[in-house]
Write a protein that binds this ligand. Structure first.
Ligand code: ADP
Ligand code: MG
Length: 471
């Protein structure tokens, strides 16, 4: 069984120090699901879930991080940052959930998800609090599964037992299972809920068999009120495990305890599972989750933006929703990469930048969109069009005579881009921009150039627009 990593406590103390020194959104974004992987001979290895976090930690706050670490433990001589994509996955308890651990409350809790030892020694992942039934977006593809989960969450062991959820990869099964467990605990914190993947269940059994105490193993489960086994298809061809599970199942079922199971296919199609197990699964409620339709996908993206506290143009979200066809996990992945990348580049995600991310995933590149510009060479009208869309100003207003600052700045940005990116002469820019005098154009270009040096928001806008122009 996994223990809490020995360095976890050291890492928490380091995080506590860093938290006080970096901006909160940065802290929450870049330290989420980080962990201390090892510490030997002065070399401290930090694990991060993705390349963007590594990049940020190394390049943006490398020196500051080193200082903070040395202040906590002077024996550290060197730090290394390693990408480990498993960090933060539901089955991985190493990463620190900074949202929970550093959730703004002054009382410091232990790391979010850690191994718990139940009374009789069943080890189980704590449920991940980020999954709940309230943040699961409901649509036609998952309405029944959600309703059944809610019913089980309210009265476990009574109506739908077992609850069997099936569907393809990344469609929300683990989310629903964990959320149901969380809901049961929310309604009654004294309940014992155990969540396990079927691999882990197998390991437990192998361990018990090795120690010749399979009776003891069985007895442990008597205390469980709800047993959740994720991805049951992995029990295929593991006869001994299936046999133990069959007994555990019966024991729990006969005592009115809830069982929740997920699988990548319906019970009938679980060919390599013993028939008697399959028929047990069919006694209860069987529900499926499917790939959500466009509206639900869009709603999920909006919900995830709220979770991450970011604002993204709805045009960009619509583009993602329209062009991701595989799973909700991928939908979320594209969004998170877009946010991370924009953060690194001090820009906001654009249709063009998310298109690149989707392309990198090797998905179809025949994008469905009415907004993506092709990479043909740019004309002044294109620039005007992109700027006017970016600032949500009609072109007539952008190029008109209005003196409102909400219009003047975008107008000056247009002129600046025509000058700097298309190398047009001041006179030509003036005539492209609704017949302005060349001195007006010169003044605008100088103004923007000066402003860019001190105004981060303007810099971000200009960078985003340049990206949209394909630069
Ligand atoms: P599965 O277990 O079916 O492979 P997951 O439960 O791990 O899929 O879901 C993948 C990701 O998609 C998770 O981050 C999950 O929160 C998210 N997700 C899936 N469906 C929904 C939904 N309907 N609403 C919100 N998030 C969802
Ligand atoms: Mg899963």
């Amino acid at each position: 069984m996994e223990a809490v990593l020995p360095g976890q406590d050291l890492w928490l103390r380091i995080l506590e120090k860093v938290e006080a020194e970096v901006k909160r959104p940065h802290f929450l974004t870049w330290f989420q699901n980080t962990a201390l992987l090892s510490f030997h001979d002065g070399l401290l290895v930090i694990g991060v879930p993705n390349i963007f976090a590594k990049d940020w930690l190394e390049n943006k706050i490398g020196a500051q991080l080193m200082e903070a670490i040395k202040a906590i433990n002077p024996e550290v001589r060197e730090i290394m940052i390693e990408v480990d994509p498993h960090l933060g996955l539901p089955d991985d308890s190493r990463g620190v959930d900074v949202n929970k651990t550093f959730g703004g409350k002054k009382t410091r809790k232990l790391p979010g998800r850690q191994e718990v030892r139940l009374l009789e020694g069943i080890s189980s992942k704590c449920l991940n609090p980020k999954y709940n039934l309230q943040n699961f977006v409901v649509g036609p593809s998952n309405r029944l599964a959600h309703a059944a989960s809610l019913a089980v969450g309210m009265s476990p062991g009574s109506i739908y037992n077992p609850l069997f959820v099936y569907g393809g990869v990344g469609l929300g099964k683990t989310h629903l299972l964990q959320a149901t467990g969380n809901e049961i605990l929310r309604n009654d914190p004294d309940k014992v809920v155990v969540y396990m993947t079927s691999e882990r269940f197998t390991n437990e059994i192998v361990e018990a068999i090795g120690k010749r105490n399979s009776k003891e193993f069985k007895d442990r489960y008597r205390r469980v009120d709800c047993l959740i086994i994720d991805d049951i298809q992995f029990l295929a061809n593991k006869d001994r495990t299936q046999e133990e599970f069959f007994h555990t199942f019966n024991e729990l079922y006969d005592n009115g305890k809830q069982i929740i199971i997920s699988s990548d296919r319906p019970p009938k199609e679980l060919d390599s599972l013993q028939d008697r197990l399959v028929s047990r699964f069919e006694m209860g409620m069987i529900v499926d989750v499917q790939f959500p339709d466009y509206e639900t996908r869009l709603a999920i993206l909006h919900a995830k933006c709220r979770d991450h506290e970011v604002l993204i143009h709805s045009e960009v979200l619509e583009f993602i929703a329209m062009n991701v066809h595989d799973s909700v996990r991928e939908l979320e992945g594209v969004l998170i990469q877009a946010i991370a990348q924009a953060e690194l580049e001090h820009s906001t995600p654009t249709v063009r930048s998310v298109a690149k991310i989707i392309k990198k995933l090797g998905r179809d590149t025949n994008f469905q969109t009415d907004t993506l510009e092709s990479t043909r060479s740019l004309h002044p009208e294109d620039v005007i069009d992109i700027v006017s869309r970016y600032f949500r100003l009609p072109a007539e207003e952008l190029l008109g005579e209005s003196r409102k600052s909400g219009v003047i700045v975008p107008r000056q940005v247009t002129m600046y881009l025509l000058r700097n990116e298309l190398n047009l002469a001041f006179e030509q820019i003036g005539s492209e921009c609704g017949g302005k005098n060349h001195t007006t154009v010169m003044h605008a270009c100088m103004k923007v150039e000066k402003q860019l040096k001190k105004d981060k928001n303007l810099l971000r806008d200009v960078n985003s627009i340049k990206k949209e122009m394909g630069l």
